[in-house]
Each structure stands twice: as C-alpha cells, then as structure tokens.
Design a protein around this ligand. Structure first.
Ligand code: ADP
Ligand code: LRH
Length: 480
C-alpha cells in the first residue's frame, strides 16, 4: 500500500528508454521497461531526428511499463518540431549537429552583440541553441508555414495528450528566456525577428500536461485516465535533480553523450568573465540555476566506436586502462568535435597540432579521450567555483558515464576532489521524482535528494594525488 508507479520517458542522443519508478515513503525503485536506439538519419537536406521512430518507442515502452499513475517525458535540449495550422508536424526535426547553423552566430551578433545576448539570457554560446537554429531557418518555407513550435519533449507530450505547452527548464535552452524573471526575453526575440507566438504557453515542472488520448490508451493497453505530468523536461534538469547531494558545496557532472559539468545556484552569473569562459545558466527545478559548461563527453568515444565498428566498449576501456596515462590530451570543449564523422582522425590531428604524441592504437585513442574528458571536467569544476564564488568539497557524477570506472577515477584525480558516482539513469530518476511530488509523495529538492542518498547505491572514488601531472597536461593545452 502507498506505493505508486510512474513511467519516465527519457530520450538521450544515443538511446531512448522508458523506465518505471516505484515510490514508497522510504523506497525508490527504477526498472527499465523498454530501451530503443536513437539513430539520427542523414537525408539530402541534412541530419534529422527520426521522431516517429522515437514516438513508436515511447508507445512500445508504455505498453511494456503497464499501468502507471502518471507519465513524464524528458529529452535532449534545444531541438523542436514545427506544426502547421492543423497541428500536423512539418518535416522531421533538425538534429542539433546539423551544419545549418555554421556561421549563423556572427549574423545574430551583428544585431544583438554576444555580450548583450549573454547578459539578457545567461546562455552560453553554442551554435545549436534554438535561437541560432531559428535564425538559420528564417527564410525557409517550413518556418513560414509553421504556426507552432514544440520542443521535443513537448511535441511527444502533445502527441500523447493533445495538449500543448512549453516546459520551462528546456525552454531556457532556447536562449530566449531571461534567467532572472524566468520568462520570455521579449527584447531579444523582437530584435532578432523571432515570433514568440510560435511557442505554446510556459509550463512549470510538476504542472499537469493532460491525459493519454483514447487512441494512446488503446495502443498501449493502459486504462485511463492516465495523467501526463510536466517534469524537468530538459534531460540535464532532471539528471541534476537526481544528484544525491546534501547541502550546497557540491559540483556535478552529468555524463552521457555530453558531459555537463557545473554547480547548482540560486541566481544566475551573468558577468562578462562568465561569458568568456562559456558557462551557461540553464533553469533548474524549484528556482535553481544550472551553472555549467558543455563538454563533448562520451560522444567522442561513441564516434570512434562507430568509425571502428567496435560495439564492445568493455574491450576498449580495458585497452585504455593499460595505455600510457596523460600522454596526449585534446580540448574536449572544442566545437571542432561537434559534427559527426572521422573522429579518430580528428583526435589524432588535434594532438599533432598541439605538438603532442599522436595516439594510434584504439586503446591509446580511447585513453586520450578519457584523459581529455577528465581534464575538461577539472577545468569546468575549477572555473565554475571561481566564477560563481561557490566552493565545493565533492563532485557527483551521474548518467551513463558512471558505468565507466576509469573515467570516474580519472575525474577524481584531475579535480583533486572525491567523486561520488550516483545514478546511471539519473534523468529518469529526476523525472520520476518530479512526477511523484506533483502527485503528493516526495518533498522539496533537498528531501528528494535525501531519499536518494538513503536508497541509491553510490560508488566513491578518492583522488590519487597526482595534481602536478594534471596541471602539466592543462598547460600543454593552454600553450597551443
Ligand atoms: P545519452 O542519454 O546522452 O544517450 P547515456 O547517459 O545513456 O547517454 O550514456 C551513454 C554512454 O554511457 C555510452 O556512450 C557509454 O560511453 C557509457 N556506457 C554505457 N554503458 C556502459 C558500460 N557498460 N560501461 C562503460 N560505459 C558505458
Ligand atoms: C544532453 C543535452 C545537453 C544539451 C545537449 C543539446 O542530452 O540535453 O544538456 O546541451 O543535449
């Protein structure tokens, strides 16, 4: 009695999953109902998401999940679908790694200088921010026919319920939200000719988002009414909500396709220094700000695996474990690694360009990637503390990278701080907790985290004290 269950749909850039979370007064259990690949497709016009396949995966997952008390959806940020006046989807959503945004930022900055844009939105420069995507699409027929823009989780929610909204945490990644007022930045939108009327009204995490449509109930075999609840629909917002931290003196790294490394703050940092360091102020749960930097993450390794046609990650990690440490490092924050393709060659080229030994075997390249990620984690954690004047004693790692013990240990070594590895499926966990709270079970963010600390397995990594070597590696990159 008293146990309720929630379906968390979590769509990452590499896979989608439907997880079922069961919550009692002192228990949290998460089980996987269904997992499906998320494979972008290259068509003549560019790189696209196969959003219908993802929706099919969501329906399969809900069927596998069985009867639940609510459903919540989170996904990667910034991307969207356009709807025509009849509510029909106009084309496949464009992938954020598509080349259409190349050179667009400079055009935007000619109208709104980068400094002003940062002061108004707090969002770091990334070519794929929705604001740049919409600018790139400005002259397109598709956009001219569009009456509505729905971010990916909001689009899937619409298909499930028939109701439209724009969830706030993900909306902040459009770069069209003012982090101080936590609502639209009308000034920025007007100056750039972006029609905010395209967006459905803002929703807060925890808000109701409708009930599953009769056709969806029929397809999934569920018995209605099944409510859909808005969660922190940006996967990183949900993942940070599930960081099992106590107090405030912690940094987090959400590791998956990306590494998102930073702090949870109560107010944005909008200084020029912060902009120059490319830190972002995304909106989190309960009035928090996710002050973090995007690092290329395990994408670097995913792309090497694709190039080598090597699905056995365990094998590569064992080889990396015996390869020489910190021999060569690349800047894992470099936008040069954003596009897909030829990753081993691009990494080798970056090592050559910075005058370091060129890694050649798969083990050496994998080691180079892991060392480089750990180094980027170190820089982000150090820079965030300095820029936000917010010291930490511990670094939490959540997400798929928690399964990579070598990466976790190297991160502890590089940061010179203890690392606590938490949930592998942190986004799904945060998704479930927000639903549970909306339905009267869990408490505030701190109470949710206490529940996680009590119930979730945690792995600790102590730093091994080789600070001088990491500082030297950092200097090699800086000297470029
Ligand atoms: P996303 O949500 O961005 O799709 P995930 O959080 O699911 O990403 O993380 C995926 C990554 O996690 C993989 O690319 C891989 O590097 C890592 N990973 C997954 N399983 C394992 C494993 N068994 N051992 C080591 N690393 C793993
Ligand atoms: C991680 C993520 C990240 C964004 C990127 C586009 O999945 O949501 O927070 O910057 O995808």
């Amino acid at each position: 009695a008293g146990v309720k269950s929630y379906a968390a749909v979590d769509l990452g850039a590499s896979s989608g999953r439907v997880m079922v979370g069961s919550l009692g007064p002192d228990s949290v259990e998460l089980t996987e109902a269904h997992r499906f690949p998320n494979r972008p497709v290259r068509v003549p016009e560019g790189l696209r998401w196969d959003v219908l396949a993802l929706y099919g995966g969501v329906l399969d997952g809900l069927r596998a999940a069985g009867q639940v008390d609510s459903v919540g959806i989170d996904s990667w940020a910034v991307d969207y679908g356009l709807l025509d006046a009849d509510g029909a989807l106009l084309g496949n959503p464009v992938h954020y790694r598509d080349a259409r945004t190349e050179g667009v930022a400079e055009k935007v900055w000619a109208t709104v200088p980068a400094e002003e844009l940062y002061a108004a939105t707090g969002i770091q420069y990334a070519p794929f921010n929705t604001l740049y995507q919409l600018t790139a699409a400005r002259a397109s027929k598709q956009l001219s026919y569009a009456e509505r823009l729905l971010l990916i989780p909001d689009l899937l929610t619409y298909w499930l319920t028939g109701e439209q909204g724009t969830e706030l945490t993900n909306a902040s990644t459009t770069q069209l939200i003012d982090p101080r007022t936590r609502t639209w930045s009308h000034g920025v939108a007007e100056r750039l000719g972006i029609d905010l009327g395209l967006f459905a009204p803002l929703r807060q995490p925890g808000d109701p988002a409708g009930v599953l449509r009769p056709e969806v109930l029929e397809e999934t075999g569920l018995t209605g009414p099944v409510p859909v609840t808005a969660v922190g629909s940006h996967d990183t917002a949900s993942a940070v909500a599930a960081v099992p931290a106590a107090g405030e003196r912690f940094a987090y790294i959400c590791t998956g396709t990306w590494s998102l490394a930073g702090l949870e703050l109560t107010a944005p940092v909008l200084t020029e220094e912060s902009r120059a360091a490319n830190f972002t102020n995304e909106l989190g749960l309960d009035g928090t700000v996710r002050y973090l930097r995007n690092i290329m993450g395990l994408w670097l390794l995913q792309e090497c695996q694709r190039a080598w046609d090597e699905p056995d990650l365990g094998l590569l990690l064992r080889e990396a474990g015996t390869a020489p440490a910190l021999r060569s490092v690349v800047d894992a924050g470099d936008e040069a690694f954003l596009a897909p393709g030829r990753m081993p060659e691009r990494i080798a080229a970056a090592c050559r360009a910075s005058g370091q030994p060129v890694p050649s075997s798969r083990g050496e390249i994998t080691r180079c990637i892991l060392d480089s990620l750990a180094l980027a984690h170190r820089r982000a954690v150090a820079d965030a503390q300095r820029l936000a004047d917010h010291p930490v004693d511990v670094v939490y790692i959540v997400g798929g990278g928690t399964r990579n013990a070598l990466l976790c240990q190297l991160t502890a070594d590089a940061c010179g701080l203890p690392v606590v590895a938490g949930a592998t499926e942190a986004a799904a966990l945060g998704n479930v907790l927000v639903q549970a709270r909306a339905h009267g079970l869990a408490g505030d963010l701190a109470a949710m985290r206490r529940l996680l600390t009590r119930t979730q397995p945690l792995t600790r990594y102590a730093p091994r004290g080789d600070e001088a070597r990491w500082r030297a590696a950092e200097a090699r990159l800086a000297a470029r």
